[in-house]
Design a binder for this molecule. Sequence first.
Ligand code: ADP
Length: 659
Amino acid sequence: MNESVAPVAETRAFDAEVHQLLKLMINALYSNREIFLRELISNASDALDKLRFLALTDAELAGDDQATAIEVLVDVENHKLVIQDNGVGMTRQEVIENIGTIARSGTARFLESLSGDRKADAQLIGQFGVGFYSAFIVSDRVTLETRRAGAGADEAVRWSSDGEGEYMLEAIERQAVGTRVELELSEAHRDLLDVDRIKGIIRHYSNHVSFPIFVRGINDEELPADQSVNDTQALWTRSKSDISDQEYAEFYQGLTGDLDAPLSRAHHHVEGAQSYSMLLFLPPRAPYDMAWNRDDRHGLKLYIQRVFIMDAADQLLPRYLRFVRGVVDSADLPLNVSREILQESALLSKIRSALVRRALDMIEKLAKSGGEDWSAFQREFCNVLKEGIIEDPDNRERVAQLLRFSSTHATEPYAVALAEYLDRAKAGQATGEGDEKSSGDEPESTTRDAGDGNDDPLAIWYLTAENRQQALASPHLEAFSRAGVEVLLLTDPVDVWLVNHLHEFDGVSLKSAASGQFSDPQLVEEADGEPAKQLAGRIKQALGDRVGNVRPSSRLTESASCIAEEANGMTMQMRRMLQQAGQDVPEYKPDLEINARHPLLQRIEATADDVEAGQLAEVLLDQALLIDGGELADPAGFVRRVNQLLSDPGRGRLAENDG
Ligand code: ADP
């Protein structure tokens, strides 16, 4: 094997910048220094899991029948702490790749997201597990010795570093398979060299590791098996009534590395044609990349008869529930299951649909209890949950009930449920087209005059926009705010797709406020009048191919103009998103609505000069596009025209070629 050509001992440099990054991390985590122990124990536990899994198919690897365990040795005299396991170990090459390359470890991801704000950073730890390098928070030097299961005693390797930019690699002999990590504690951290103290830290952070952890003084005798510090009985196999909230929270923290308790949990044992247990959690906050990183999913661990098999969120949970954390333990799946087999397993598809059902139950329960936890859930995960409307048609109604939206009638984002909107909705939310049949049993309108023609069925009005501010400034809201009609403000990127799939809720249609279907009754007559129509015709002539239709608005009161969406067409915002994603979008001429009472329009009406009227019309169109969040094809032209109008307000007449 090629390791034999490697020198016996060598010194290697870390990847660029590792040293500096380490310093940053040590700084950020200083006040949480104890987490290094959690990280090293979790690595040891993973190594034991891996070996147990490999031994399922290769009995040789099980090696001597020494019990699997993690040992922590306290050496007060020499200021050392040792964490050792008899897990899978590493080859020389694996040490170089896994330990010598910080980019591979959890630490790298943590460092990428460091903000410099100590408190916020400490919160982040939980989201990554900072990994092996956290040992340097408390150590002057870290030495790791390891022998890979299946490799000879003379193929072991020692890695050692003071964290200052280089590490040393050396071939050694090692009798036992597995890994030993020795920390030389720096002076400031030698208070940790106390058996009881270490036990306390382990109970706090690692109590539910499924292998026994022993702690003793380095010169003390080995401890009998019943003296492990932690509770190794898999928590999820126990009966619900025997488990305290505290134990659940600690289990969650051990599983995820989170420092806080989960928002909610669901624990079920299913017996019958197939038996399995599941323990699910809703975390208190989302990983920083949850919204856009739809592929990074390791929240759900699959066990078979209590043997850890793999992270199986991909196989077990739909993407829109990727924030759910937990374990599933099946009694029936074959132990040597592969990812491919999992994908096709009928047993598993049953478990999968049960998981979705239970996860939605869990979220509904949290919704019922309300309060700050429910608000936190909405803030953190509502945008991901919305994907369920698209991804999971079977559960569309259930998911829709769980969504909360920003609205003109609420100050907080993620505050209004669709059902709540409907409760509040007033009669008179109408299409304004007057040709839809009236159901006749709508509640009486309080804000509109009777007989205005706005007696169409109820609708759920929404406006998609980049953000709340942009939405609130939109001319599309003018008529709604005058009529006191609530509009949901949809500002998550996913909302544009959401409204394409959620056409109705509880039998009531969702309608875009930008579609021109809602009108102000006082303006309807005026808009229908001949003068307004003539003005619209003149503007259409001036703008030519740049627009589809130009029509007098029956809803604008403040603004001069706006873009009117097709009722069921692609919104401007969706077009932009598709374009940004590099997709071909069919050419589209927006419809322009004009407010004939606005001074700018009256000026167009008043002028006999067609060139001036044309320039003003272009400004109207460009303004409407801008307010809609769009980009102008010719921004320089727009600025030139506006400047000309401003500096020559008396006439606004522009020379044809004034460049
Ligand atoms: P992470 O655990 O997030 O991958 P770490 O920095 O903790 O990041 O570890 C990097 C890798 O080093 C691990 O994924 C594992 O492959 C290897 N490793 C670390 N500790 C051990 C150990 N005790 N036994 C075997 N392999 C280990």
